[in-house]
Design a protein around this ligand. Sequence first.
Ligand SMILES: *Cc1c(COP(=O)(O)O)cnc(C)c1O
Length: 293
Amino acid sequence: MIEFDEISSPVEQIHDDLFDAKGLKVFIKRDDMIHTFISGNKWRKLKYVLCDARQNGRNHLVTFGGAFSNHVIATAAAAAKFGFTSTGFVRGEEVTNDTLFLCRLHGMQLIFTDRESYRDKPALFEKHFGGDSKAYFIDEGGASALGARGCAEMVAEFPNVYDHIFCAAGTGTTAAGILNGLKDLPTQIHVVSALKGGEFLKDDIDGYLEGKYRYELHTDYHFGGYAKTTLELTDFIKSFIERTGILIEPVYTGKMMYAFYDMVKRDTFAPESSILAIHTGGLIGLLGMRDKF
Ligand SMILES: *Cc1c(COP(=O)(O)O)cnc(C)c1O
């Protein structure tokens, strides 16, 4: 087994005149504070994946992602911390940026892969590491049932029961984990898709659910698509950071927080409601978006 430091993060209240005016109590779960590079939900998603790799005698983690992937840098840092070697298949032409620099510093071998070959990840794994009995396949984004299991554990850290919870989604693994953790608590879960056409997330989330849990999937806050942003979104993010001292970024947490504020302004929540936003981390990616601000 792997000796993990205990994973946990604080819940803080966010103050804003808008929330006072609407009679809402708003909190944020600071999973961004779990670790600088094994950020937020990525740490939770990797926990049981790493245990599984270790139990099966695999000491080489192999994973996949874009050049700004929070999951790839998290895997590189976790591999270094827990004594694994690591390889990242990076989609697209060879480039260099802060995320990939940090991956390399943590000892990860990077294999840049054209978009066509990248589509078939099991085939890539087989071609490069089929003969390596120590290699362990981790899907893009850490998407897996083991990942959802790790995310479910955050629910035990919630100091209260909330009326609403907001969470950003890329693969939906984190959202599914939270739903499994909450079970039948009367909390309304709002899953905000970071991708265009996010309706497909429903099947993915449902595939990880351990019961018939209800949630609302919001698909209209993608701002043009995955990792796309607009002036409206970056202006919102800047003002949120200035007013709260909490960094968020445009790919996931900025869209989730924008969706939440938008619904507050539309009087979606009854007065006296308590709302928890999950800060899933991902701040390294912000460094690649300087020119958007
Ligand atoms: C990866 C990531 C997500 C998406 O999590 P899923 O479990 O894939 O839905 C959300 N927020 C941040 C900051 C991320 O880095």
